[in-house]
Design a protein around this ligand. Sequence first.
Ligand SMILES: CC/C=C\CC/C=C/CC(=O)SCCNC(=O)CCNC(=O)[C@H](O)C(C)(C)COP(=O)(O)OP(=O)(O)OC[C@H]1O[C@@H](n2cnc3c(N)ncnc32)[C@H](O)[C@@H]1OP(=O)(O)O
Length: 291
Amino acid sequence: MAVVCRNLRAFAQKTSSLRCTPNFLRLYSQSKPAPPKLVTVDVDKAGVATVTLDRPPVNSLNTGLLEELGVAIKDLEANKTRGIILTSSSNSVFSAGLDILEMYEPKKQNLSLFWTTLQNTWLSLYRTSIPTVAAINGHAPAGGCLLALSCEYRVMVGPKFTIGLNETQLGIVAPQWFMICMKDAVGRRQAEMALTAGKMFSTQEALNIGLIDKMVSNKEEAIAEAQKFIAQFAKIPPLARRMTKESIRQEGIKYMEENAIDDLKAFMDLVVQPNIQKGLGMYLEAMKKSK
Ligand SMILES: CC/C=C\CC/C=C/CC(=O)SCCNC(=O)CCNC(=O)[C@H](O)C(C)(C)COP(=O)(O)OP(=O)(O)OC[C@H]1O[C@@H](n2cnc3c(N)ncnc32)[C@H](O)[C@@H]1OP(=O)(O)O
């Protein structure tokens, strides 16, 4: 604010009739257009919310998007929404995972905020009492796969898209809580094979190992299947459902509650390693060249 005020004062001095008064500041802030929303929420008549990731071109998860997603989940909880369907505004990418630009040549403070926001938003999604479904209408590598794994049910548009935790292919290690999510879905053996190889699965392969629950041919079908999954809970007493979900997800919830600070420190220490920075830089370069 001090910098804005200093700049405005300089501007006001140049234009003689303007002064950096509260009224002037109010007018200035009102004239600035609101930044575009990165997550949109649409609640249907049945009380089911479609939460759409909307950060073109690939919904890479930066601090802003993660923050908005976290707030959306909290708001939906407060409004007693009947279900959450998580999807993407893109026709080909559900989410490209963590925004590599948040991790490449970062400022320490920004990096810490980025990871803490990811931890908090993940925990909100993973443990919410609201039934959650990922309608995966495009590629879902790494953090994109994590978001889908955090939901209770996964419907994916196929056959041409891919999903998986590909971190080892980038020379990085998926944090323990990413691994817990993968184990939750496919079991320890399949998770070990998938994670060590950093395998990206075709939709059919993902269906075969239980990484997704259903394959459909377009987004509309994915949403319809998600609605069907959520509708079944109308007959289940909500308290019993909530306690069961909380209990069955105890390993991941407890892990984050007890290890958030250590996990942040491990991430911060790892990311700034010169070899990791070099790898991330090369990966960004390779993505540009592959166009
Ligand atoms: C050191 C860290 C330690 C621990 C953390 C561990 C956790 C990591 C989890 C992660 O999520 S890491 C991120 C992993 N993500 C990926 O490997 C996905 C990379 N992206 C892709 O494979 C493809 O982009 C796509 C299949 C998702 C989509 O392909 P396509 O539609 O052909 O788009 P482009 O590849 O042309 O990309 C368009 C544009 O977006 C940029 N971009 C893509 N992904 C990311 C990303 N994750 N972060 C930042 N930017 C990304 C890409 O460079 C292009 O940018 P331009 O400026 O060239 O337009």
